[in-house]
Write a protein that binds this ligand. Sequence first.
Ligand code: KG4
Ligand code: ZN
Length: 382
Amino acid sequence: MQAAQTTGLILGIESSCDETSAAVVERGERVLSNVVASQIRTHARYGGVVPELASREHLQNIVPVVRAALEQAGVTLDAIDAIAVTEGPGLAGALLVGILYAKGLAFALNKPLIAINHLEGHIHAVLLETRAQLHDGIAAPLLALVVSGGHTHLYLAEERAGLWSYRNVGKTLDDAAGEAFDKVAKLLGLGYPGGPWIDALAAHGDAHAVAFGPINIKQKPYRASTETSPRFLFSFSGLKTAVLRYVETHAMRERIEARRAALAAMENPNAQDALPLCDAETLGLIASFQRAVIDDLLRKTLAAAETFHARSLIVSGGVAANRELRRRFTQEAAQRALPLAFPSIALSTDNAAMIAAAAWPRFAAGEFASAALNAAPSLKLG
Ligand code: KG4
Ligand code: ZN
């Protein structure tokens, strides 16, 4: 096997959305470096990612970020065994920057190129950190909830002969959970991305102030083998509309605009700056919204875990950084004696260490990408 004769160093490159990242990971489990250049400040003034600006920033950042990742790892390009890059899903122009750069490196150095699905990366963000205890702590089949700004997916994952396979058993019909956090934060005059703002402010509000009910999806009877059960489907656009309706019926517009203007006048404001600008009614709305999202993620994930006899649970992606989500999942999993793992906060949001880690089993199996590798903006997993 090729992997046995190498040092097992993979250079990972990630540029699917608004972070340019490069990392060096050894044998899929030891992170030697993980450099992330965030574009948050560029996109914040627009309240969302502007694809054109994202591509330009990736172009500016890719060379220094890769250089920094090699320097911090204390290795040269010669020592790298393979280059792994995110193939999709993501923004086409953003993905292309990472892919073209990775292709160029692989070609110039005559090293293998490995294409990685970003969603598989989020799952490996957890596996990377739990690899040591994998066989006792994280038992397969495992259920993974990947919950980010672009995705709310449930995957059943299994490892056979070193290679992972995935089955998609749940997904969102409209907005992703992180997107709902971002849109509600914007609606309430808070900053971007909204998740961390809502996370911090929700701790000061009554989570039962607004009685947002359970989100149930009614769909035509499904064919078990080919379609996802409606019980594991998510939908957050109705909840976002319910928040909007609450804002209108409770005459909150003026307060929101005053808050938006006060924050806009500050340099680099954060959630602590917003706290004195939020009254109890606003904090109750924020906390209730967050509770409704977490209730829904928890209920459907636990139901899927039971249905598919999952032996452990993983929650990953940007929203997995949410403190209340971590607390609730930890509490409920413990009650069911279901082993549960989250990535460290640094590996919850987009990063290249997870891409390099996901590439390790493929490197060992000799699964390499061809020179024709292209961006796959709607790439599916499972
Ligand atoms: O995984 P990620 O960095 O990028 C995507 O692949 O989408 O996730 C970003 C998303 C954003 O929607 C952001 O608001 C959300 O993750 N997020 C959070 C928290 N931190 C980031 N959502 C809730 N609570 C947080 N603490
Ligand atoms: Zn992501």
